[in-house]
Design a protein around this ligand. Structure first.
Ligand SMILES: NC(=O)c1ccc[n+]([C@@H]2O[C@H](COP(=O)([O-])OP(=O)(O)OC[C@H]3O[C@@H](n4cnc5c(N)ncnc54)[C@H](O)[C@@H]3O)[C@@H](O)[C@H]2O)c1
Length: 252
């Protein structure tokens, strides 16, 4: 006997799937058999990840997608539906951040972080909800442990991610009886192109890893494992939850 995760009847969209954690999530969803749309601001990065997946026998397309622009979201989702059918797994992973003390953050900088990280996630969920209701789908939103613990020089981002958690929990209450589940994965520091500035700002990976009970920083595959679990039939009675994937850094 063995347990396998089989997502071969699923159509997944991974925002920000062109790099880092999103790339890891898209790759593992494809390994579980899902048809995967890599939805990224960079059409080139999305296409390159899709090509890597298809070269290994998976099914994937790259879609140019700006989560901060409702028209781009609609166009991107239309492309996914045309190629693969309605979305059944939505992973909201794209976000924006700036490493800056609160006192030095301008109104424009704060607006951008909230527009992408919180409103972008909300608008992708709004646009994909009819598909998710039709398919009894699953939403997995990538937040951040900073939303639970606070993070120096990342206040607006941490606040926007806390907003993602609140919206996800509330939506989970609204759509649970309609067969849709919505959960959050909250990564700790994970080595990606996007986190290098933060890691440098706190003295480097080796120093930071000492604060982690499991003794190391995360990899995109560490985060992807939790996302695939929450998208899979192994988690059918889990909704509205926040799962910290952070080597034990955050224990709540
Ligand atoms: N890396 C970490 O340490 C860490 C920790 C906690 C949470 N997170 C979260 O994980 C997610 C991924 O982070 P990462 O480190 O892999 O980042 P990354 O910078 O390596 O990748 C982010 C991807 O998102 C895309 N993107 C940016 N803005 C977009 C938009 N408006 N529309 C569509 N795509 C867009 C980028 O082009 C890029 O391909 C983010 O939500 C981040 O907040 C990361």
């Amino acid at each position: 006997m063995s347990i396998q995760i089989d997502l071969s009847s699923d159509v997944a969209v991974v925002t920000g799937g062109g790099s880092g954690i999103g790339e890891g999530i898209a790759t593992m969803l494809a390994e579980a058999g899902a048809k995967v749309a890599i939805a990224d601001l960079s059409a080139e990065a999305a296409k390159s990840v899709a090509e890597q997946i298809t070269s290994k026998g998976g099914t994937a397309i790259g879609v140019e997608f700006n989560i901060a622009d409702p028209a781009s979201i609609e166009q991107g989702l239309a492309q996914v539906r045309e190629q693969f059918g309605p979305v059944s797994v939505l992973v909201n992973n794209a976000a924006a951040w700036a490493i800056k003390k609160f006192a030095d953050t301008s109104a424009e900088e704060a607006q951008k972080v909230v527009d992408v990280t919180l409103l972008g996630t909300i608008n992708v969920m709004r646009a994909a909800l009819p598909d998710l209701l039709e398919t009894q789908g699953r939403i997995v939103n990538v937040a951040s442990d900073s939303a639970r613990t606070g993070e120096h020089s990342m206040s607006v981002y941490a606040g926007a991610k806390a907003g993602v958690i609140g919206v996800t929990k509330s939506l989970a209450k609204e759509v649970g009886r309609k067969g849709v589940r919505a959960n959050v994965v909250a990564p700790g520091t994970t080595v990606t192109p996007g986190s290098s500035g933060f890691i440098d700002s706190v003295g480097g990976a080796d120093k930071l890893a000492k604060a982690y009970p499991l003794g190391r920083l995360g990899t995109p595959a560490d985060i992807a494992g939790a996302v695939v679990f929450l998208a899979s039939p192994l988690s059918t009675w889990i909704t509205g939850q926040v799962l910290s994937v952070s080597g034990g850094f955050t224990m709540v």
